[in-house]
Design a protein around this ligand. Structure first.
Ligand SMILES: Nc1ncnc2c1ncn2[C@@H]1O[C@H](COP(=O)(O)OP(=O)(O)OP(=O)(O)O)[C@@H](O)[C@H]1O
Ligand SMILES: O=C(O)C1=C[C@@H](O)[C@@H](O)[C@H](O)C1
Ligand SMILES: [Mg+2]
Length: 175
């Protein structure tokens, strides 16, 4: 599908990159609805995300995240994905058919500051992986799947939204 036929903006990127925060504001500014894939999973399971991940384990959580994306059929939405969504390639490809994928690019040091201690937070990694290793593993996946990459380092949420609005083709969100 050509970009002009796409009606959603999907934000991808690491945990702590600002997908949920920027997504909500961007939707407001563009007059689009907003949905967060993490919230869809929590509603579906009736549990906080951390508990869903604890119950399912990493592999099954990834499958659930992919299935959730595959089941989505939205129009005129800004969609925030979870940081681990990028492992669900079929789900990402499905979203891409109807959406422009935008990577919120943030450096490792800032991400670490924002998310703090990963031992007390839902995060998809194997037991022996460090945050830096997960960052290095995911970065090429995010980049390969992005239609647009936004440098979000040392920038306010408003500034990031304005930058996205400037770079997204007019034909895309002027329905
Ligand atoms: N541009 C920014 N400048 C400063 N702080 C920010 C910025 N964007 C987001 N934050 C802060 O960083 C934290 C993480 O943001 P957010 O939850 O939106 O990330 P996320 O990408 O949705 O992460 P996850 O993958 O875990 O859902 C929040 O406390 C948010 O307020
Ligand atoms: O980056 C991650 O591994 C995750 C980020 C969150 O959005 C959630 O999707 C989940 O906690 C996993
Ligand atoms: Mg989020």
């Amino acid at each position: 599908m050509e970009n002009s036929k796409k009606t959603n903006i999907v934000l991808i990127g690491m945990a702590g990159a600002g997908k949920s925060t920027v997504g909500r504001k961007l939707a407001d500014l563009l007059g689009l609805a907003f949905v967060d894939v993490d919230t869809l999973i929590e509603k579906d399971r009736g549990l906080p995300l951390q508990e869903v991940l604890n119950d399912l384990g990493v592999q099954n959580f990834r499958r659930l995240e992919e299935q959730t994306m595959l089941s989505m059929d939205f129009r005129k939405y800004v969609i925030a994905t979870g940081g681990s969504a990028i492992y669900g390639q079929a789900g990402i490809s499905h979203l891409r058919r109807s959406s422009l994928l935008i990577l919120l690019d943030v450096g490792l040091a800032t991400l670490k500051q924002r998310v703090g201690d990963f031992s007390s937070r839902a995060f998809v990694k194997t037991a022996d992986q460090t945050f830096a290793e997960v960052f290095a593993e995911r970065q090429p996946l995010y980049t390969q799947n992005a239609d647009l990459i936004i440098d979000c380092n040392d920038r306010s949420v408003s500034d990031i939204c304005q930058s996205i609005i400037r770079q997204v083709p007019d034909t895309f969100y002027h329905f």
